[in-house]
Design a protein around this ligand. Structure first.
Ligand code: COA
Length: 340
C-alpha cells in the first residue's frame, strides 16, 4: 500500500519501442493501389512503414515495447503500480487492451487504464501518469502507445488518402517519482480537445450511434464507413495551428523560450505539418527530431518511438530540455515539457 503524500514530482525513468519486422515501402503500396512513391514522399515525407503479420495484435507490440522500457528503467514489471495504454486499434472492442497487456506482463491486480485520444493519446497518458505520481497515489506507472493500423485500413485505391499515412508500432515509457534534487523532471503537460471536429477524422461504424444496430449497415459497408475517413485539409490546417499553440503554452507555463529547448519531438502525421510548426516557432531544423520517413504515422505510439529513436541516434542526451506536441482525431491536441 502506497502512502498518500503531497506533490511529488515525476520523471521518465526509461523508454522503449518496438515495430514489427515487415517493412512496407511506398513502392509496395503502389502495387496494391493507385499511388506512387513520388506522391507520398512529396505530400507527406513518408518512405516506408511497418505492418504486422496476421497473428500479431496491438498488445503483442505493446508487450515488447514495455519490456524494453522496463529494462531501460532498470525495473521489473512487478514494481509497476499502474498501466496506462493509449490505442485506437484495440485487440478487441472490450475489455481494454491494457488488460491484455497487464496479463502478458504477468502483473495481475494493478490497474490497467485504456485511453482513446488517438494521435494525442501518449501526451494524455503521460499527463495522467504525472498526476498519479504528483499526488502520491502511485510511484511507477507504465505508459504505452501501441497501434496495429494495417489490419483496419482500406488498402485499395478508395482508401489511399488515409492508408498510405499509417504504420504499426509501439512505444512505452516508465514514469516514476523524481528523487529530490534530481535534474531529470517532467515539467508539465497541456491537454485540449474540440469535439466539433470529431467527424473530420474518424471511423463512423461500428458503434452505438445513429441507427438500431452497432454493426455497419449494408449501405455503410458498401461505402467503406468501417474504415478511417479523414478531411485531410482540415486536419492539416488545424494541426499546423494547434501544435505551435500547445508548445508555446508549455513554454510559457515554465518560463522558458523556444531557444531554451534542446529537442522538439512532435507527432508524425505529415513532415510538412512539422516543417510549418518549426517555421512558425523559429525552431532550427537540427532541433526537430522526425521519424515519419521510416515509421509513417503510428498514432499513439509515435512520440515514444520518437524518443527512443532520438536516444539511439544520439540526439537525446541526459539533461536536455525536451518539448513534445501532438495533434489528432477528436480533434485532440496537447504538449509536454520535460528535462530528460
Ligand atoms: N496517392 C495518389 N493520389 C492520392 C493519394 C495517394 N495516396 N491520396 C489522395 N490522392 C489524390 C486525391 O484523390 C486527390 O485527387 P484529385 O485532385 O484528382 O481529386 C489528390 O490526390 C489530392 O491531392 P492534394 O490536394 O495535393 O492533397 P493534399 O495536399 O490535401 O494532401 C494529405 C493530402 C492527406 C497528404 C494531406 O491533406 C495531409 O497530410 N493531411 C493531414 C493528414 C493527417 O495528418 N492525418 C492524420 C492526423 S493525426
Amino acid at each position: 500500500m502506497i502512502q498518500q503524500t503531497t506533490l511529488q514530482r515525476s520523471t521518465i525513468l526509461g523508454v522503449g519501442s518496438h515495430v514489427p519486422a515487415n517493412v512496407v515501402t511506398n513502392h509496395d503500396l503502389s502495387r496494391i493501389m493507385d499511388t506512387s512513391d513520388e506522391w507520398i514522399v512529396q505530400r507527406t515525407g513518408i518512405r516506408q512503414r511497418y505492418w504486422v503479420d496476421p497473428g500479431t495484435s496491438t498488445s503483442d507490440l505493446a508487450l515488447e515495447a514495455s519490456r524494453r522500457a522496463l529494462s531501460a528503467a532498470g525495473i521489473q514489471a512487478q514494481e509497476l503500480d499502474c498501466i496506462i495504454l493509449a490505442t485506437l486499434s484495440p485487440d478487441h472492442e472490450f475489455p481494454g487492451t491494457g488488460c491484455f497487456l497487464q496479463a502478458k506482463l504477468g502483473v495481475p491486480g494493478i490497474p490497467a487504464l485504456d485511453i482513446r485520444q488517438q494521435c494525442t493519446g501518449f501526451v494524455y497518458g503521460m499527463s495522467i501518469a504525472d498526476q498519479f505520481i504528483r499526488t502520491g497515489m502511485y510511484r511507477k506507472v507504465l505508459v504505452v502507445g501501441a497501434e496495429v493500423h494495417s489490419k483496419g485500413l482500406d488498402r485499395t485505391t478508395r482508401g489511399r488518402d488515409v492508408s498510405v499515412l499509417f504504420g504499426d508500432g509501439a512505444g512505452a515509457v516508465v514514469m516514476g517519482r523524481a528523487e529530490p534534487g534530481e535534474e531529470s523532471l517532467f515539467c508539465s503537460s497541456h491537454l485540449h480537445a474540440d469535439g466539433n471536429y470529431a467527424r473530420e477524422l474518424w471511423i463512423e461504424s461500428p458503434g452505438m450511434a445513429a441507427h438500431g444496430d452497432c454493426h455497419p449497415t449494408p449501405e455503410q459497408t458498401a461505402r467503406g464507413a468501417h474504415y478511417p475517413a479523414m478531411n485531410g485539409k482540415a486536419v492539416f490546417m488545424h494541426a499546423s495551428k494547434r501544435m505551435p499553440e500547445a508548445v508555446m503554452e508549455a513554454l510559457q507555463a515554465n518560463g522558458k523560450t523556444v531557444a531554451d529547448v534542446d529537442l522538439f519531438v512532435f507527432h508524425q502525421a505529415n513532415l510538412r505539418i512539422n516543417e510549418m510548426v518549426a517555421k512558425q516557432l523559429g525552431i532550427p531544423e537540427e532541433k526537430v527530431f522526425n521519424t515519419i520517413d521510416r515509421f509513417a504515422n503510428t498514432t499513439a505510439a509515435t512520440l515514444p518511438i520518437g524518443l527512443d529513436e532520438a536516444i539511439r541516434a544520439g540526439k537525446l542526451k541526459k539533461g536536455m530540455l525536451v518539448a513534445c506536441a501532438a495533434f489528432g482525431s477528436g480533434f485532440t491536441w496537447g504538449s509536454a515539457l520535460f528535462r530528460w
